[in-house]
Design a protein around this ligand. Structure first.
Ligand code: SF4
Ligand code: F3S
Ligand code: FES
Length: 248
């Protein structure tokens, strides 16, 4: 059964923009991205939207639907009532390029700031051996599709543009935690997490976890354990003594 839905879609560019009203057909089983595509096909051929897989796996179609950060391809129209107005806006934390497309290069910069995996020097690729039990915890983090919904949601950058230089955001703090938990990684990452990637900005509000389409427990399984590892190191009496001597 089809019906006509009321949509408001943000149209504009880096300079200015506004919400535009549309009435558009919806068919059974459709998702928000289908409706945006129908708008492109019938009423707004120049509407910019980024998407790729339409299967919740490429992480491209992130936007805010009725103010909630979501993947448009995984947001079923059946979650809304037929008389509801559905508002689709671009991710708020990143600069708009045009319409629903934002410039997410902040995230690529943050990704580059995390030092890559450092295995023991004597091991060659192919010689890495580890027990499943030692990698189980960090395997969850590999499900990340880099949709950046968590990065968009975290209030530490969403409401504080000036923190962007000093805070990697949940996705990349999770990457630091993943490497720190890796049984073969030799790099000392706990200081870096705190000093370079701004772990202290996270006050564990868990908003990042709530929006993750892969249901990764970012806060409980990556950020809180990372905070505990940083605290262990800081308050370890031997480390404390070592730091004191080094400072002399
Ligand atoms: Fe998206 Fe989840 Fe990865 Fe964040 S952790 S970028 S919300 S998949
Ligand atoms: Fe931000 Fe997630 Fe921490 S939303 S404050 S990174 S728990
Ligand atoms: Fe790939 Fe939505 S189009 S996640």
């Amino acid at each position: 059964m089809s019906y006509k839905a009321k949509f408001k879609v943000w149209r504009g560019d880096a300079g200015e923009g506004s919400l535009e009203d549309y009435g558009v057909e919806v068919n059974e089983g459709e998702v928000v991205l289908d409706i945006i595509h129908r708008l492109q096909a019938t009423q707004a051929p120049d509407m910019a939207v980024r998407w790729n897989c339409k299967a919740g796996k490429c992480g491209s179609c992130s936007a805010e639907v009725n103010g909630v950060p979501r993947l448009m391809c995984m947001t079923r129209m059946s979650t809304f009532t037929e008389d509801e107005t559905i508002t689709v806006t671009p991710l708020r934390t990143f600069p708009v390029i045009r319409d629903l497309v934002t410039d997410v290069s902040f995230n690529y910069t943050k990704a580059r700031e995390v030092a890559s995996f450092e295995p023991p020097a004597e091991l060659k690729p192919g010689d890495y051996r580890m027990a499943q039990v030692d990698v189980e915890r960090s395997q969850e983090f590999r499900k990340c599709i880099e949709c950046f919904l968590c990065q968009n949601t975290c209030h530490a950058v969403r409401d504080h543009e000036d923190n962007k230089d000093h805070f990697a955001g949940p996705r990349f703090l999770m990457r630091v935690a993943e490497l720190d938990m890796h049984p073969l990684d030799t790099r000392e990452r706990r200081n870096e997490a705190q000093e370079d990637h701004g772990l202290g900005f996270c006050n564990i509000t868990k908003c990042c976890t709530e929006v993750c389409p892969e249901h990764i427990k970012i806060t409980d399984n990556a950020l809180i354990p990372m905070k505990e590892r940083v605290a262990d190191r800081k308050y370890d009496p031997l480390v404390w003594l070592g730091n004191k001597i080094a400072r002399r």
